[in-house]
Design a protein around this ligand. Structure first.
Ligand code: ADP
Length: 309
């Protein structure tokens, strides 16, 4: 039987990743190594996480009329994602992220939105009924903001739960925040939203309260390996994460969000859902990459059992 319905609205990117000895200076050409193409975009990463972790999910997005766009759609379907609302945009490329990684592991990224910029408020109206009838909608900030605002308003007006992962970091208007039920910033994103630098638990508590005052019922500030500050209507606590040998933390937040929403739609209580999300994200950091590192639900359940949860 299919579970409660989740919509993910978000971006699709093709990541072109190149390791370089140092970042090139203006006018300089240098040779890189380990060139890789991988599928990314926060929207697609979170959709894949939810799909692989067992959600009944439909993705609203757009790809270009190119070979990679076709491959991405196929990959999404293999991860149990309904892709009738992933349109192919004629005359556009699939979104691209060009990523240089230096020897210190720092990165420089340039993005071409491509087909992602076709996800406009007008485009969204084609899928109005899907949003109205869904149980929850999960969004990030790589889609045009006007579209996110419209989706949040529409969902809220029809009791579709609105979850926003406010990444990449930026300030958001009170008019958008008042339509959000659950927000999941990391420390940097929480600082952008509230002006509070998150160092201590007390800082997280204050930042969560700023967001509650703007109308967000549930605030989950992820704190990397430490876990997350989980605050509902002003009452907050630290929910610790799991200790693992991290290989790379790319996509940890995306896996966290995909599992969190899937567990909530399965009927888990907030703290239990956060613990499941920690487990899925912890497993993801033990493997390289974003979509490639998302575990299956079986792996998450086994991990939780091993940890006595
Ligand atoms: P983002 O990836 O969005 O920057 P965080 O770094 O806060 O977000 O990580 C999100 C979640 O991923 C954390 O709340 C935690 O569950 C998990 N996580 C991140 N890094 C680690 C780590 N080194 N070990 C275990 N879990 C981690």
């Amino acid at each position: 039987m299919k579970g409660k319905k989740l919509i993910v609205l978000g971006s699709v990117n093709v990541d072109h990743i190149l390791n370089v000895p140092a970042f090139p200076q203006p006018g300089e050409t240098l040779s890189g190594s380990n060139y890789q193409i991988s599928f990314g975009g926060k929207g697609a990463n979170q959709a894949v996480a939810a799909g692989r972790l067992g959600a009944n999910i439909q993705f609203i997005a757009a790809v270009g009329n190119d070979q990679l766009g076709k491959q991405i759609k196929q990959q999404l379907q293999e991860d149990n994602i309904e892709t009738c609302s992933v349109s192919t945009i004629n005359g556009e490329n699939t979104g691209v992220a060009l990523i240089l990684v230096n020897q210190q592991g720092e990165n420089q990224i340039a993005i071409y939105a491509g087909a992602n910029s076709a996800v406009t408020p007008e485009y969204l109206l084609e899928f109005k009924d899907d949003i109205i009838h869904a149980d929850a909608i999960l969004m990030q900030l790589e889609t045009p903001l006007a579209t996110i605002k419209q989706a949040a308003k529409l969902a809220k007006a029809h009791n579709t739960q609105v979850i926003l992962n406010p990444a990449p970091a930026q300030k958001l208007s009170d008019d958008l925040l008042k339509h959000i039920d659950i927000i999941t910033p990391n420390e940097t994103e929480a600082e952008h939203l509230t002006g509070i630098k998150i160092v201590t638990e007390q800082d997280a508590h204050h930042a969560a309260n700023v967001l509650h005052d703007k109308g967000v019922t549930t605030v989950i500030i992820t704190l990397g390996s430490k876990g997350a500050w989980v605050s509902s209507s002003g009452v907050g606590e630290l929910v610790a994460g799991f200790k693992v040998d991290a290989v790379d933390t790319i996509g940890a937040g995306d896996t966290f969000n995909g599992m969190l929403v899937t567990a909530l739609l399965d009927g888990k209580r907030l703290n239990e859902a956060v613990i499941s999300a920690h487990a899925a994200a912890a497993l993801s950091v033990t493997k390289p990459g974003a979509q490639t590192s998302v575990p299956t639900r079986k792996q998450v359940d086994e991990f939780l059992q091993l940890q006595g949860k």
